[in-house]
Design a protein around this ligand. Structure first.
Ligand code: DPP
Ligand code: ZN
Length: 876
């Protein structure tokens, strides 16, 4: 496909003010009649031809102002409908198309999932329903009449408010939905099916009564209560924190089992991957509950950041996504532990976004060019986009940030707007010039900040020197310095916080604007320990000339929880990179012991107070992070061995304490997914895992007992996970538990996904063969994105030693799967293919094998635009 460029943006020549849809659902021949109220755009070219987008459409009828249009007046193809000389004034266009939702395996547009009719229109799915100006800056009010066989689809849902419903001859019925808020077509949705629901009444601060409902597969209603509760809490939070109220009489959420994304924020009718709605103690882990809460909140928050105010064009995707991720992260931080949420967000950022930024698919948060927009729903747009908002808040302060948000909502309501317009609100509210800051949106790559410290005992001065640089990325060989807010503080060697001031340090934040700069502290009696980038105040890689002793001081004493955790990670990262390069040295052993001791005293002092944080302290950096740190000629096996060995040593050193952690009680009563209880389980389960690694006496029996007796999925899955990933567990036990799990949850596809992912994530040479067998399991289906991601995605993304097998078999397998899947569902196929992101970092043998596999994909005829785009950029 042709590249689309930001600089070529032009307003649409035509606008659509009203859309009246009449959709008659049928499994193979759904009739769609769209009546569009169109007028020339004063900002467009007068008299321009009208070209509507389509995708695999078949036109049945076309009328202009109610009169059938002569065939000579237009041209029509599956992907385009052009009227050469439309009227110069407002006119109506009535378009009839027929579509086959059952044949729609791409899961874009109207399709069927387990017999339920549903839609997915972001980014460009609406054009698979009718011909349209399918671009986000064309905003219209919609009325949707949906008709279906009552038996097949007793529930009919659309955007907005329900306004009419009734019976029709022949067992059919209809419902009419009216959405008074102008919206872009990507927010259109409808659902028809036989669904059960849970409901709740909500009254907004302003007094609007809203009926909340979550629709799920009949019989699974019990599992939707947590999501419903999260929805109510999200609505209240957005009123309290951002002053945003809901604006319709109903808010509906529907869970479907076949879904390309996590969820979709369609106006008044969110459609969710059921994985992010359904939860019961027996089937969902604490992490699942937390994800459900975050995604329910995310989609709800889009109602203002995305729907009321949308994007002018898809280059502005971060305008709604980065901001909405920031909002959902803040919500989770308020509902749970802020420090733990921040650490988890940074772990995700590093694992996904830093990796993306360091590879061939690196792109700015606001890209300047795309071939396939579906490939830009990335960690960079979402997670780095959220980091930019967080930095903005740090730079402006809470009050000016809040004023900027209010101004944004006031100025741009009902508009499709841009990053520039967004930033202008904050410039106005704060009086600051944000021109330089805006470079964060334009420049790809993760900046590196190098900090060196100098103490002058004669002058009693302590100086921190900062230098920043950003590596080149595709299309951006040279980079400029960014505005980087660096929160920092000083700690003395006994752990006391030092209260020294420095010119240029304001509220504990130093703003680095140039390629280098310094900060000077005066009247400093002894060399302090610097704690830099507190709270991870900017998405950068930090190198700090702090030795292990200094880092371990921070582990013990830093008042900033994030940096306490980070200091431990830094010591471990150093050990792991050293060991992975050159296995086993004496200095490493001493340092390992010191790390274990520091963790031990941390656990003694803190574990009981903050178990969730303690669990994170005991988690070593992931293998992908060590690979990034090494940067080139990576040998994933060496990294894996180093990490296993370090974990083993730490586990043995901490064993008695770990036994004690296993005994910390979870709050009495039935299972509750609240953050405090989840924290205790997380700590107990990481203790279990470490003890299994350390082969502690009696631990295998304890593991089996935990599995057998668990009353919740968190504990059961934790035991199974340790069994699957620990070589110390006897094969027979591992097999017994795996078989039991499979049988126990035979009719629970979302649970079987966990079972698939566990086995495909095993760092064992027979994993690939096991996956081939699992693909034959009756529970597996190549048509269901969740199954594919659980079995194939988890292998490619989370199993570095086996995906990057030296013989290239992992690469070949993924290439085969991508090719097979591409014919059915290009979006999911393209997403899988991004696992090759780090191929250039590998040692030469693996690199050659990866390249061959990629070239094999690239050379296929008939690749989708999605896969062709990823494979070309990955190889370039
Ligand atoms: N549904 C996706 C999200 O909420 C895309 N908008 O991020
Ligand atoms: Zn979103």
């Amino acid at each position: 496909p042709r590249a689309i460029r930001l600089e070529e943006y032009r307003p649409s020549d035509y606008l659509i003010d009203r859309v009246d849809l009449d959709i008659s659902l049928d499994a193979h021949a759904t009739k769609v009649r769209a009546m569009l109220a169109i007028r020339p755009n004063p900002e467009g070219t007068p008299g321009a031809p009208l070209t509507l987008d389509g995708d695999e459409l078949a036109l049945e009828a076309l009328a202009l102002n109610g009169e059938t249009l002569a065939e000579t007046a237009y041209t029509c193809q599956p992907d385009r409908l052009t009227i050469a000389n439309p009227p110069r004034d407002a006119f109506s266009l009535t378009i009839e198309t027929v579509i086959d939702p059952t044949a729609n395996t791409k899961l874009m547009g109207l399709y069927r999932s387990n017999g339920v009719y549903c839609t997915q229109c972001e980014a460009e799915g609406f054009r698979r329903i009718t011909y349209f100006l399918d671009r986000p800056d064309v905003m219209a009010v919609y009325t949707t009449r949906i008709e279906a066989a009552r038996e097949e689809a007793p529930i009919l849902l659309g955007n907005g408010n329900p306004v009419a419903a009734g019976d029709l001859p022949g067992g059919r019925h209809f419902a009419v939905w009216d959405d008074p808020h102008p919206k872009p077509s990507y927010l259109f949705a409808l659902v028809g099916g036989d669904l059960g629901s849970v409901t709740r009444d909500f009254v907004t601060k302003g007094g609007r009564a809203v009926r909340l409902a979550i629709y799920v597969e009949s019989g699974k209603q019990e599992r939707a209560h947590y999501a419903l509760d999260a929805l109510e809490r999200s609505m209240r939070w957005d009123e309290d924190v951002f002053g945003r109220e809901y604006d319709l009489d109903v808010f509906n959420i529907v869970a479907v089992s076949d879904f390309n994304m996590g969820a979709m924020e369609n106006k008044g009718l969110n459609i969710f991957n059921d994985k992010y709605v359904l939860a019961s103690p027996e089937t969902a882990t604490d992490a699942d509950y937390a994800h459900i809460e975050a995604i329910i909140a995310h989609e709800y928050f889009h109602n203002w950041t995305g729907n009321r105010i949308t994007c002018r064009d898809w280059f502005q995707l971060c305008l709604k996504e980065g901001l909405t991720v920031f909002r959902d992260q803040e919500f989770s931080s308020d509902e749970r532990s802020r420090a733990v949420e921040r650490i988890n967000a940074v772990r995700t950022l590093r694992a996904r976004q830093f990796t993306e930024d360091a590879g061939p698919l690196a792109h700015p948060v606001r890209p300047r060019e795309y071939r396939e927009i579906n490939n830009f729903y990335t960690a960079t747009v979402y997670e780095k986009g959220a980091e930019i908002i967080r930095m903005l808040k740090i730079l402006l302060g809470d009050d000016a940030f809040a004023c900027g948000m209010d101004l944004y909502f006031a100025r741009h309501d009902n508009e499709a707007t841009t990053v520039e317009a967004f930033l202008a609100c904050f410039a106005r509210a704060s009086g600051q010039d944000l021109t330089h800051f805006a470079l964060w949106y334009e420049q790809a790559g993760t900046p590196r900040v190098v900090v060196s410290s100098h103490y002058d005992s004669d002058k009693r001065q302590y100086r921190l020197d900062f230098a920043q640089s950003t590596p080149s990325t595709p299309g951006q060989p040279t980079k400029d310095p960014l505005v980087i807010p660096i929160a920092l503080g000083l700690v003395d060697h006994d752990g006391g916080a030092l209260d020294h001031r420095a010119e240029g340090l304001s509220d504990g934040v130093f703003v680095l604007r140039h390629s280098s700069d310094s900060l000077i502290f005066r009247d400093v009696d002894a060399r302090p320990v610097p704690s830099v980038l507190r709270g991870f105040s900017a998405p950068v890689r930090l190198s700090l000339d702090l030795d292990d002793t200094g880092l371990l001081t921070l582990v013990r004493h830093d008042s900033d929880a994030f940096n306490r955790w980070q200091a431990g990670q830094n010591v471990a990262t150093r050990l792991l990179t050293r060991a992975a390069r050159d296995e086993g040295d004496a200095a490493g052993e001493t340092a390992t012991q010191a790390l274990a001791e520091a963790l031990g005293s941390f656990l003694d002092a803190q574990a009981a107070q903050d178990p969730a944080f303690a669990a994170l302290m005991l988690t070593l950096p992931p293998e992908s992070e060590i690979a990034q740190e090494i940067g080139k000629d990576v040998d994933p096996d060496a990294i894996h061995r180093a990490r296993e060995a370090l974990r083993d040593t730490i586990a043995r050193a901490l064993a008695p304490r770990l036994e004690a952690l296993r005994a910390i009680p979870v709050a009495a009563g039935p299972y509750s997914p609240d953050a405090a209880s989840a924290g205790v389980r997380a700590l107990r389960n990481i203790a279990l895992d470490l003890l299994v690694k350390a082969d502690a006496a009696g631990i295998i029996e304890a593991l089996a007992a935990q599995y057998d007796n668990a009353d919740n999925m968190t504990d059961r899955l934790a035991a199974l996970t340790s069994a699957v990933h620990s070589p110390t567990v006897p094969d027979a036990l591992r097999q017994r538990l795996l078989t039991d799990f499979r049988n126990r949850f035979d009719d629970e596809p979302l649970v079987i996904d966990k079972w698939f992912a566990l086995q495909s994530g095993r760092a064992e040479p027979d994993t690939l063969a096991a996956i081939a067998e699992l693909m034959q399991d009756t529970a597996f289906s190549i048509n269901n994105p969740n199954r594919v991601r659980a079995l194939i995605g988890a292998f490619a993304m989370n199993n570095p030693t086996q995906f990057h097998r030296a013989d290239g078999a992992g690469y070949d397998f993924l290439a085969d799967q991508v090719i097979a899947l591409d014919a059915r569902n290009p979006q999911v196929a393209a997403r899988l293919l991004t696992a090759f992101n780090s191929w250039r970092m590998m040692e030469p043998g693996r690199r050659a094998k990866a390249q061959a596999a990629l070239e094999r994909v690239a050379s296929r005829d008939g690749l989708s635009g999605d896969v062709a785009d990823i494979v070309q950029r990955t190889l370039d």
